[in-house]
Design a protein around this ligand. Structure first.
Ligand code: HEM
Length: 496
């Protein structure tokens, strides 16, 4: 038998199998697209350009449809006026099962099963409150101090133009300052060297993160397994015990993890590593896009800088080279133009898919007496980029408008679809009970970074060629740029 014959036979068998075994749509269920390739279904078409693919399915089937993607049936709800009906069904549409499995596999700790680790998941979620409300003030103040340490160390000499790659630049500053704010530092070892080693390994791990999430065996991902182990080892309890000035949220996580004898030191360290990923994995690219768009749009940069300069004046602070700026959380909140510029860049670069797993067969009731039958084990997904790029909600959605989220000097929160005011119009942080617990801190960090750099630096792009987005982590959070971009900066002249 020759090879061509064998390939031909397997192809025919696969097509017959797909046809015989393919799922059929039942009454009340959404339109179904199985695709032709066994197991993969339409995964290839989806991964090439998720937004384009989903919009084409929407044009074909309407706002709700089910697609077979890499072994999973996923029902997409495309109409944002219906999102709240999915979000409020926390029990029948659960996220934790999915995230727990995915996170334990990706970061290499045992699954948080109730039988083995009673209430561990609950305890961990309660701790997230320490990143909101009053405790956020302390975290924010500490970030400001650490950011200024890094700025002073890196830029005191930048009196002449200095050129750097912008993503690298944002990554090194945000990684170091966020790490020190959350985890503190070892007072004896050369903290800066340790953090920079960790950042290099983190960047390598992060590049493979999307493959781990979709369950590609780590053995096929080159050196990733060793790098992950090295990263986990940074957080072994014996090492962390030596670090001073840890944030309350990290101390509380350590205390909780210590209460579970079934967890090995390695497992505890892996949990800390997972939290590190959550805290910088999206914040770094989000910071990059926020800075990139501002530097690319000088009128936006000037307006935002003006707002910050006014705040400094009104609080009696002067821009001085010694980096002693203090901006409280309330003052950060009052910077509406800066907040709007950040929201606008999040609108353009965030691609976090909100996924829920259907816990039992049930009828999901939607607005206007609509309903849809869902099957146990299927996924339900909201894909915010379709909302973020919807011209009915955001006029000229491909354009960067730094003041899109400002109205009469205040934050604008009124956006409409089909004449209805949307409850969820910007969703970079997920939604409902699983919404990102670090979102307020994240926005504050980015504001602080931008405020400091606008106060202290003049900046210009060197590469004017517009950059695109790397779609490989589409569905997982903030997209990375598909290339880094050179820019130059120097210290602004300070006057009395
Ligand atoms: C721009 C920056 C950030 C973005 C876009 C982002 C986005 C997200 C998203 C989409 C989720 C999943 C929520 C869901 O699917 O419903 C999430 C979860 C999470 N985020 Fe963030 N995040 C950011 C920054 C942060 C920061 C700074 C921290 C901590 C300091 C943090 C901590 C977490 C944690 C711990 C979870 C998991 C929550 C759970 O266990 O349910 N995030 N984030």
């Amino acid at each position: 038998m020759n090879l061509q014959f064998l390939i031909g036979v397997s192809l025919i068998v696969s097509i017959v199998l797909v046809f015989v075994l393919k799922r059929r749509r039942k009454k009340g269920e959404p339109p179904l697209e199985n695709g032709l390739i066994p197991f993969l279904g339409l995964a290839y078409q989806f991964s090439k350009d998720p937004l384009k693919f989903l919009i084409s399915q929407q044009a074909k089937h309407g706002d709700i449809f089910t697609v077979y993607l890499a072994g999973r049936y996923i029902t997409f709800i495309m109409d944002p006026t219906q999102f709240q009906y999915v979000i409020r069904h926390g029990k029948k549409l659960d996220f934790h099962e999915f995230s727990n499995e995915m996170a334990s596999r990706t970061f290499n700790y045992p699954r948080l099963s109730e039988a083995k680790f009673p209430q561990l998941s609950d305890h961990m979620h309660k701790i997230y409150k320490i990143m909101q409300g009053k405790p956020l003030d302390k975290l924010t103040d500490s970030m400001m101090i650490n950011l200024q340490h890094v700025f002073k160390w890196k830029f005191s000499q930048a009196t002449d133009w200095k050129t750097e790659k912008m993503y690298q630049f944002c990554c090194s500053i945000m990684f170091e300052a966020s790490f020190m704010t959350l985890y503190g530092r070892d007072p004896v070892a050369d903290g800066r060297k340790v953090i920079s080693e960790m950042r290099e390994k983190f960047t390598k791990f992060d590049a493979k993160f999307p493959y781990l999430v979709i369950n590609i065996p780590i053995a096929l991902l080159g050196d990733t397994k060793n790098i992950r182990e090295e990263l986990i080892h940074f957080f072994m309890p014996t090492k962390m015990d030596k670090w001073h000035d840890q944030a309350e949220v990290i101390r509380a996580r350590k205390d909780i993890l210590e209460q579970y004898d079934m967890l090995r030191d390695h497992d505890k360290a892996a949990h800390h590593f997972a939290f590190l990923w959550a805290s910088v994995g999206n914040t770094i690219p989000a910071t990059f896009w926020a800075l990139y768009y501002l530097v690319r749009h000088p009128e936006a940069l000037a307006a935002v800088r003006d707002e910050i300069d006014h705040l400094l004046q009104s609080t009696g602070q002067k821009k001085r080279p010694e980096y002693g700026i203090h901006i409280t959380r309330e003052q950060l909140d009052s910077l509406v133009l800066l907040g709007s510029a950040i929201n606008e860049s999040l609108r353009l670069c965030s691609a976090s898919m909100n996924i829920r797993v259907v816990q039992e067969d049930f009828l999901l009731e939607l607005e206007d007496d609509q309903s849809v039958s869902l099957r146990k084990g299927d996924f339900v997904a909201l894909y915010p980029p379709a909302l973020h790029k919807d011209p009915e909600v955001f006029e000229d959605p491909e354009e960067y408008k730094y003041d899109r989220f400002v109205e009469e000097g205040k934050e604008k929160t009124t956006f409409y679809k089909k004449g209805k005011k949307l409850k969820n119009f910007l969703m970079p942080f997920g939604s409902g009970s699983t919404i990102c617990p670090g979102r307020f801190f994240a926005v504050n960090e980015i504001k602080q970074f931008l405020a400091l750099i606008l106060i202290h630096m003049d900046m210009e792009l060197i590469d004017f060629k517009p950059i695109g987005q790397d779609n490989s982590r589409s569905g997982l959070g903030i997209l990375l740029p598909n290339a880094d971009v050179a820019f130059r900066f120097k210290l602004r002249e300070f006057s009395d």
